[in-house]
Design a protein around this ligand. Structure first.
Ligand SMILES: [Zn+2]
Length: 153
């Protein structure tokens, strides 16, 4: 049985953790008032909450950490997926049935046309830019080149 002036484990609202406290007042065999040994504050007894280290308590911090980790992973994944080389390979594979035309500044182009460029190599037309340019993806980079115009499909 606990008695006044004895030591109990109690939750301290000031220290925000379970700490040793000195019993100050009892009602029957119930502890009603304690003095926290850590902050010396005297307060109504609260049963231990199982919080021994405030850093391990469930609240917001842990949640925030998890969220930021997930965000970092997403960023990394996106970088890999959207590299020009990977995009170029996908386009080349997707358009492999198309005839390969040698680039000329007078050529008429359409989306998905395969272009052989003397400097940049093989590329695929991503989109025509009015009136006489086209965005073309090559293995190393996406270029805007002069063309004759866009074919009207
Ligand atoms: Zn305390």
């Amino acid at each position: 049985m606990v008695r006044v002036a004895e030591e109990v484990l109690a939750y301290c609202g000031n220290c925000k953790m379970d700490l040793k406290a000195t019993v100050v007042a009892m009602r029957g065999d119930q502890v009603v008032r304690v003095q926290c040994r850590t902050c010396r504050g005297e307060r109504a007894f609260r049963a231990p909450k199982g919080v021994i280290d405030p850093g391990k308590a469930p609240p917001p911090k842990a949640v925030t950490k998890g969220t930021s980790k997930r965000a970092t992973r997403t960023e990394t994944g996106e970088k890999v997926d959207h590299s020009v080389g990977a995009e170029w390979r996908k386009e080349m594979n997707h358009r492999k049935e198309r005839p390969l035309n040698t680039y000329s500044p007078k050529m008429m182009i359409g989306i998905g046309d395969r272009i052989a460029h003397p400097t940049f190599g093989e590329g695929v037309v991503l989109k025509p830019i009015h009136p006489n340019k086209a965005e073309i993806i090559f293995e190393m980079d996406i270029k805007v080149l002069i063309v004759g115009g866009a074919r009207t499909a």
